[in-house]
Design a protein around this ligand. Sequence first.
Ligand SMILES: *[C@@H]1O[C@H](CO)[C@@H](O)[C@H](O)[C@H]1NC(C)=O
Ligand SMILES: *[C@@H]1O[C@H](CO)[C@@H](O)[C@H](O)[C@H]1NC(C)=O
Ligand SMILES: *[C@@H]1O[C@H](CO)[C@@H](O)[C@H](O)[C@H]1NC(C)=O
Ligand SMILES: *[C@@H]1O[C@H](CO)[C@@H](O)[C@H](O)[C@H]1NC(C)=O
Ligand SMILES: *[C@@H]1O[C@H](CO)[C@@H](O)[C@H](O)[C@H]1NC(C)=O
Ligand SMILES: *[C@@H]1O[C@H](CO)[C@@H](O)[C@H](O)[C@H]1NC(C)=O
Ligand SMILES: *[C@@H]1O[C@H](CO)[C@@H](O)[C@H](O)[C@H]1NC(C)=O
Ligand SMILES: *[C@@H]1O[C@H](CO)[C@@H](O)[C@H](O)[C@H]1NC(C)=O
Length: 660
Amino acid sequence: MCPPRAFESLFLALLLLGGGIPIQVGCFSFDFPKFSDQNASDLLMLSENSRIDVEAIQITPNVRIDSYLENKSGRAFYKKQFRLWSKSKGVTATFNTTFLLNISPATPNTPVGEGMAFILAADSTLPDGSDGQWLGIETAASNGSSGVVAVEFDTRKSYPDDLDDNHVGLDVNSINSIKQVSLGGYGVNLSSGNDASVRVVYDGKNITVAVLVMSNGTGEYTPLISLPLVLSDYLPEMVFVGFSASTSNYTELNCVRAWEFEGEDIGEDVNLLWVWITVPVVVIVLISGIFFYLYWERKNRERPEDAYQGMEDQIRGSSMAPRMFKLRELRKATGNFNPKNKLGKGGFGTVYKGLLADKEVAVKRVSKDSRQGKQEFIAEVTTIGSLRHKNLVKLIGWCYEKRELLIVYEYMPHGSLDKFVFGDDKLGSEEQPLSWEKRHIIIHGVAQALDYLHNGCEKRVLHRDIKASNIMLDSDFSARLGDFGLARTIQQSDVTHHSTKEIAGTPGYMAPETFLVGRATVETDIYAFGVLVLEVICGRKPANTGEHNDYNNGIVYWLWELRRKDRILDAVDSRLKGEFDEDEMVGMLVLGLACCHPNPHQRPSMRTVLQILTGEAPPPLLPTERPAFVWPAMPPSFKEDTDTAFIKSQSTPFTDIAGR
Ligand SMILES: *[C@@H]1O[C@H](CO)[C@@H](O)[C@H](O)[C@H]1NC(C)=O
Ligand SMILES: *[C@@H]1O[C@H](CO)[C@@H](O)[C@H](O)[C@H]1NC(C)=O
Ligand SMILES: *[C@@H]1O[C@H](CO)[C@@H](O)[C@H](O)[C@H]1NC(C)=O
Ligand SMILES: *[C@@H]1O[C@H](CO)[C@@H](O)[C@H](O)[C@H]1NC(C)=O
Ligand SMILES: *[C@@H]1O[C@H](CO)[C@@H](O)[C@H](O)[C@H]1NC(C)=O
Ligand SMILES: *[C@@H]1O[C@H](CO)[C@@H](O)[C@H](O)[C@H]1NC(C)=O
Ligand SMILES: *[C@@H]1O[C@H](CO)[C@@H](O)[C@H](O)[C@H]1NC(C)=O
Ligand SMILES: *[C@@H]1O[C@H](CO)[C@@H](O)[C@H](O)[C@H]1NC(C)=O
């Protein structure tokens, strides 16, 4: 294609007082594999006697349409002028063109005349008297001074200087060619009615004319004329490119069937006066455009809802502000939220897999109609963003732009725990069931994460939505607690905690007292953890209506029932195939049940749970019958073993994030 050219840039012309920068400019090119009337009116300029017929340009009259073919001439040009050279820039354009010409006798076996030409002309009009020997190129009057360079295909020897009746010539401002080549020796008969393909190449210094000579089916272009020629010496800067032809007493049909032209676009001339007027105007328009854009951006960013104002400041103000991403970056990372990259869908939105600088991430896109609004979003970003624990999903960053709320987490290759523990077909049981050893490690990991949230970090955090689908598994199948979407809901509930709407969580994981207190406490998190332990061991969803009648009240009742019958090991997931230590398993089931004690004050703290898991503390004592749920629960002061921290937490129920 066209090579780049130096172009006087408007701005540099101003700044460097005439200097230039190279920029790529386009080509002046076109391709007509065939011609149509549409082409003719849109792109071509046809003179009198010229028209489109049978998908070709008929430069001189066509026997199918016209009665008189004698003494005619015609011209056909591409409508747009081609800039051949530029005086102000001192450059000359190169070009090459290939066309398919076809000359045939108007009636068979009659002598033909006169010929046609490819021409570069200053003037597009067809000169009067250019018929006959003048080939539409010149007239008696213009010959010698016309401003036309032509490659002629002459089928008649009409004056002594003509070589023969089958030749190619190069004409420069005169009908008398500066070079002629007879085609006889090349096996080409111009007037035979066969197509002849011609290529003309101009490299700025030399012009070359070649015809395609076909032999046994294949062919190659044979150069006929190759001469040094500086076109700018003979032609103006802007020229018309096209064809001309003529007939005389002798007639023929002069057709062009296809035409391709590729020329270098050396750009417009630079008029300095114009530059001096234009540049300031452009600069003013640009600057006001930028101002307007910034104003609009700002307005757009802050207008949507007052509630969203200052979100960035709030998040940035938090102790460990995670990275803020541009919406553009996250769009790119997720393939513009391509459904193919969807990892899952939760109550608050959709999670997509993304690729940020070759690192896999999970991007949660909070759906616009979700309950998770700005406060929840800030809570999630600031809460989880300030936490660091090996069993918590790591937050990488966030984005709020164009009303889109996005949170970026590290990517968990194995997805969530529920896929692995529930034998339920609906949940993708194609995953291999996890071994008891792995399940034990997962339970331990979740316990560590919860202990960290409750007791280990700067501010006490209640997760409030512990369940199998919120436990992620990293590449080693270690548990990572994720989805802090509810954490903030509880914070807000501080203000209006009597509203039942504030009861957040997932049925089956909610402690019985939740419906009475209507808010989250450390103990409700522990209850949900107990349910999680039981479901991981049993491979059952917490509230599975169906199959078992005795299961209808949920996993907790079901296990109490089995414990009463002293058959608690019957509950263990059959897919474990008995591959576990029975004592350890019973201990674990009892621990799970203890966490689900109806009386919140009787549930062990996460600290205690961890000690039991590591064997530092004995398994909890648990009655064989399910204790009745009594409300208000027996106050902690009646409890035998008094863990002061534990008691404190009872007396002042925590909202999710409360200073300790
Ligand atoms: C034809 O001309 C164009 C523009 O000058 C150039 O890029 C291209 O290489 C030329 N092609 C041939 C076959 O000469
Ligand atoms: C000329 O018209 C033909 C048929 O309508 C079309 O295929 C061709 O693309 C047109 N050529 C150009 C350069 O527009
Ligand atoms: C064509 O032009 C020639 C020479 O000028 C003239 O003798 C002849 O009569 C013309 N033929 C027609 C059909 O006009
Ligand atoms: C055309 O002009 C050239 C150059 O001026 C001259 O040599 C030639 O004889 C002219 N040809 C005719 C046919 O008048
Ligand atoms: C070229 O072809 C035409 C038409 O078929 C024929 O009249 C003429 O004699 C041929 N010329 C040569 C040189 O073969
Ligand atoms: C065409 O003919 C030439 C010699 O005349 C021969 O060398 C060449 O292989 C032939 N090509 C094909 C495609 O037949
Ligand atoms: C092009 O012209 C220059 C002189 O202007 C000459 O030296 C060179 O050989 C020519 N090249 C071709 C391919 O004709
Ligand atoms: C054209 O034909 C006419 C007669 O039909 C004749 O008088 C005239 O001389 C011819 N002209 C040329 C240029 O051959």
